[in-house]
Design a protein around this ligand. Sequence first.
Ligand SMILES: *Cc1c(COP(=O)(O)O)cnc(C)c1O
Length: 353
Amino acid sequence: MLSFYPGPSKLYPQVYEFMQDAIDDGVFSLNHRSGEFTEIIKKAVIGLRDRLDIPESYQIYFVSSATECWEIIAQSFIVDDSYHIYNGAFGQKWYDYTKKLHPNTRHFEFGIDDTLVYNDMDGVDSAKVLCLTHSETSNGTMLSNQFLSDLRKNAPDALIALDATSSMAGIQVDFSKADIWYASVQKCFGLPAGMGIMVCSPKAQKKGIEIGEEKHYNSFTNLHLNAEKFQTTHTPNTLNIYLLSKLMPSIPHISDIDSEINERAESWYEYLSDFQDVRLLVKNSSNRSQTVIAIEAELEVLNNIKLKAREENILLGRGYGQWLNQSFRLANFPAINSHEIDILKTFLEHTIN
Ligand SMILES: *Cc1c(COP(=O)(O)O)cnc(C)c1O
């Protein structure tokens, strides 16, 4: 099976070997607070910092999922309200969950081809926590670096939280542009599903400790106390932490992954513009994601592509949310290799005009 599904996605090939090592090394029977396992957590943290350029002052937390991060942020960082800026299904879900815990929470919705401008966002100035989706996996858009810089400049006091689930470990992000970053490992990390990674700036750590919320097992104060000892609040996903500790040293530095992913994205976007049966969902080229490519087509064409792909054992991402019946998506994640992309291109040339 060739998978272009944007999560759970194709595993890095070396994961097969690491899984066997894990069993041989007896990793799954280790006590998660033992010295041996603490060493594995430490190795995973060092690997993440080194490969992804996460600053030394930013703390790394292992949690269960990106979805859990929505709740952790709502519980432990948002006191009264937050301000959610989104254009797709994941940003909207984050807002909806937060709204249940904080009814005063506000939002600004924009179109997938709109250029975001800070001053256009009503009431954003008073926001204490700004919540944005870096790569909106549902529609293949991504926030520009320019916008993230403007946001930081315009809102120097706010905590900026970024859902980077389908961009972290796929493209190089500048961690200093936000305070809370998070992702789950089944997207660009090319690992099995079931773990989230949250990264907090010194400002976020200070704020979280100051707020001091401690009503939940996954309250930030608990996460932080444990992370400082290379431990977790609960028995964690030991498999994924082990795999991360092995995977990080085995992959190129994020700056090299970034150039490859950018090159490939550019080539996909150029290639896809030549078909008559399909169009790129995002027309504004500066809003397009490098890691998730959304392609628009009539339902009949989509159904035909899906059917033929299944016959050829190729897994494509279906449309998502409001774009369910008018698009399909391709992951452009680093674990996918150029040979697989060539196979998909040949398939597309045989299937559509
Ligand atoms: C996949 C995804 C999520 C949800 O991830 P889980 O691991 O299921 O919690 C959240 N946000 C974005 C942008 C995603 O792509």
